[in-house]
Write a protein that binds this ligand. Sequence first.
Ligand SMILES: Nc1nc2c(ncn2[C@@H]2O[C@H](COP(=O)(O)OP(=O)(O)O)[C@@H](O)[C@H]2O)c(=O)[nH]1
Ligand SMILES: [Mg+2]
Length: 306
Amino acid sequence: MNQKRFFGADVPEALAAVEREFGPEACIVSTERRGRGVCVVAEPARLDLVSRRASDWRDQARGFGLPDAMLSSLARDLRGAAAGDVEVLAARFLAARIRTAPAFAARVQALVGPTGVGKTTTVAKLAARARALGRDVRLVTLDVARPGGVEQLRAFAATLDLTVEVATTSRALLALASERRAGDLVLVDTAGRAPHDRAARHATIEALRAIDAQALICLQANSRRADASATLAAWKAAEPAAMVVTKWDETATPGEVVALAIEREIPLAWITVGQVVPGDLVSADATLVAAHALGLDESRIRALRG
Ligand SMILES: Nc1nc2c(ncn2[C@@H]2O[C@H](COP(=O)(O)OP(=O)(O)O)[C@@H](O)[C@H]2O)c(=O)[nH]1
Ligand SMILES: [Mg+2]
């Protein structure tokens, strides 16, 4: 792994050093006090675990999983564009279509979605990331349906010196909603629900409303379009503010889910790229996703950003 240490008098100063070296999307692995300052361990953002190279931009983007309709629409944009590196241009047009959500945009955020997509793991990664950014984090779980659900999060939480609040009764939810500590961030893990399990999903959505939580919908990068679409339909009532794409490392075709986010105008918030907590988490960046879709190397990514 390409990790490096950065020192500063305070967190913002150390993060500025991280950004100078690795860019704004760097992964913050940890933050700790060192004497009178702080030490931040970071690594470059990476999305390129499954790599391919095709000679034609269309084949490349198709190989990434973008549907034909989107390729045609990009081709139309390219016909109207000035001459240039066609893959960089295509990436630029694609990036312009991808919306992203700022990190930790709401004070209470909950991850929702199907079973096994990586919600609990991602909550743990987000907690570590928020802590590294200096946020005061509280962890809440609504998942008591599955044996071991709470313990899994507790085990992650222990490594961060956090406790897990279990909020399943309406009293616990009300207590949670009435406690307002300025500046803290509440991350909520929920039980996975199959698309047809309407009653259970409804209960989760009601609970999230009670604590005024913003929902982030989790979809696996390797899910088929029809399944991902059914999941979005199932969770529509939760009004997800953004999407988390999980298990990016397990597929060569995350483009199906990315295209769905574009079409439904759902911003991408995070991408998870492996099982390691807290490292395998990337803040969604339209340029990085588009560059990956078009198979651009580092120098062309710089051209794209420039
Ligand atoms: N390869 C890969 N595995 C992941 C990722 N995120 C989570 N997992 C694994 O997916 C499995 C289910 O994760 P979990 O967080 O329990 O899912 P949940 O049921 O949605 O809470 C676990 O084995 C995780 O380690 C990821 O980004 N990549
Ligand atoms: Mg879970």
